[in-house]
Design a protein around this ligand. Structure first.
Ligand code: PMP
Length: 475
């Protein structure tokens, strides 16, 4: 069914916010072909010296919304109604769009014709679903370098954890050896490898096709965490020859609460329904329940149709602008990495080495400065958004920072080894990258401009702290 949406008659109008942002017209943020516009590209944020345009270097956490995703939501809201069970026109329209969104996402991930595409909330949710649907006696193989959402959902009793590899060859051989060992003990059990496509700490791109080949040799399935890839590089379930992929809308320029699990339907159709309730059943009788197969089996309750439509709009837009997006990010990433490299005492975290392919995520330490202070200074003095910590990948960060921890370089105050992470995307400009590099250089050479001290709940700055400024609620 193909339906033409009506032109929106009104757009959302929010109360006048203290922090101004407006959608940006399609434009190039680096030289080259036009990039799709994001909402809030001109966001003004308060700083110690007044205010400035927000430098968004935090895309690895969440990306801003694409204007195209917001516009699709605005249009869909005009006729918003229940999904799947309504007879009215608006319901039929909304239901059709929900299924068309599923088809759009299937295309985006390069799904095979018989793959299932299930709308979830996030990557974390997708893995929880897959974990609950695994056949009994499945052994799961994960590298310690995974994000906790990908490391932990399988349960300790059926997980084989592999060490953090320091090269592609080591990743391949660690996995091959572990799978061979498991096979020699239990020939018949199911085996699932779960691995990230790109690290949320180092940005390093993992050798998915090679690891898929290793998995196949040992009769294992493979699931790919594409949370850090989906907004930046293509996903290709069929081309990579992998079984499942998961990703999140809020990291794919569609922060409306939808995520995806896509892949082989056999385990999903046989597995325990993830959300038991309306929509997930065929029939319910006195003596038992017959559960649906297909995506409906795991999408009980009223699905997040607005999230699905936003995500589909983002997928379509990203696919249309693929070349421009990759060129923009490659240019910014090179600038960011070279700039940081030129500053004395700044170390970038890496598992696979300098020359390895990576998306726009760079975690770094600054000799003698606590990462939490660095990120606060960047925000409060310069209007730059980065984050510090261990990025829900404690084992990886511990491993990569082991040397720094021993020398105490990163931790004058003791405590956990952490880093600063800068990550780029469509909301990042050349100016933002240059501002970050300039600010880190200034910090290293002259220290913070303001006076900072450590309080009970974090760093305290003297003067008119912009973090205390009240902002009107958006509702
Ligand atoms: N995997 C990776 C690589 C991630 O970066 C993240 C989010 N930081 C997740 C999984 C979890 O994603 P979500 O919070 O959307 O569930």
């Amino acid at each position: 069914m193909s339906v033409i949406p009506s032109t929106p008659t009104s757009t959302c109008s929010a109360p006048a916010p203290l922090l101004h942002s407006r959608p940006r017209v399609e434009s190039a943020r680096t030289e080259g072909p036009a990039l799709p516009a994001v909402v809030g590209a001109e966001l003004q944020v308060p700083t110690l010296s007044g205010g400035t345009t927000y430098a968004n270097l935090d895309h690895a956490a969440s990306t801003p919304a694409l204007v195209a995703a917001k516009e699709a939501v605005d249009r869909a809201l005009e006729t918003y109604a229940s999904v799947h069970r309504g007879a009215g026109h608006a319901s039929r329209l909304t239901s059709a769009w929900y299924e068309q969104a599923r088809a759009q996402v299937a295309e985006f991930v390069g799904a095979r014709a018989d793959d299932s595409v299930v709308f979830t909330r996030t990557t974390t949710d997708s893995w929880a679903l897959l974990s609950s649907a695994l056949p009994a006696a499945t052994t799961v193989f994960v590298f310690a370098s995974e994000h906790h959402s990908t490391l932990l959902p399988w349960g300790d009793d059926r997980t084989v954890r592999l060490p953090v590899p320091r090269s592609v060859e080591e990743a391949r051989s660690l996995l091959g050896a572990a799978l061979a060992r498991a096979r020699s003990v239990d020939r018949d059990g199911e085996r699932l490898v779960v691995v990230t496509a790109a690290s949320n700490v180092t940005g390093e791109v993992w050798p998915i096709e090679e690891l898929a080949r290793v998995a196949r040799v040992h009769g294992a399935r493979i699931a790919v965490d594409a949370a850090q890839l989906s907004g930046h590089r293509p996903i290709d379930l069929a081309g990579w020859d992998v079984d499942y992929v998961a990703f999140s809308g809020h990291k794919t320029y569609a922060p409306f609460g939808a995520g995806v699990l896509a892949g082989r339907s056999d385990w999903l159709d046989a597995g325990t329904p993830y959300l038991r309730g309306g929509g997930a059943t065929r029939t319910v009788g006195e003596h038992g329940t017959s559960w649906a197969t297909g995506p409906a089996r795991h999408e009980g309750g009223s699905p997040n149709v607005i999230g699905a439509i936003a995500l589909a709009a983002a997928c379509a837009t990203i696919a249309r602008h693929r070349e421009a997006i990759e060129a923009h990010e490659a240019r910014l990433l090179a600038r960011l990495r070279n700039g940081l490299r030129s500053i004395e005492g700044v170390e970038q975290l890496s598992a696979f080495g300098d020359g390895h392919d990576r998306v726009g995520v760079v975690a770094f330490t600054v000799r003698g400065l606590e990462p939490s202070l660095v990120s606060q200074v960047l925000s409060v003095e310069h209007g730059i958004g980065v984050r510090d910590g261990r990025f829900c990948a404690h084992l990886l960060v511990d491993d990569l920072l082991a040397d720094a921890r021993v020398t105490g370089d990163t931790l004058p105050g003791g405590g956990l080894a952490t880093a600063v992470r800068a990550s780029i995307g469509l909301g990042t400009t050349v100016e933002a990258v240059d501002r970050l590099i300039g600010a880190v250089r200034e910090l290293v050479e002259a220290g913070p401009a303001a006076t900072w001290s450590r309080g009970d709940t974090g760093w305290v700055v003297s003067g008119n702290d912009p973090r205390d400024r009240e902002v009107a609620r958006p509702w």
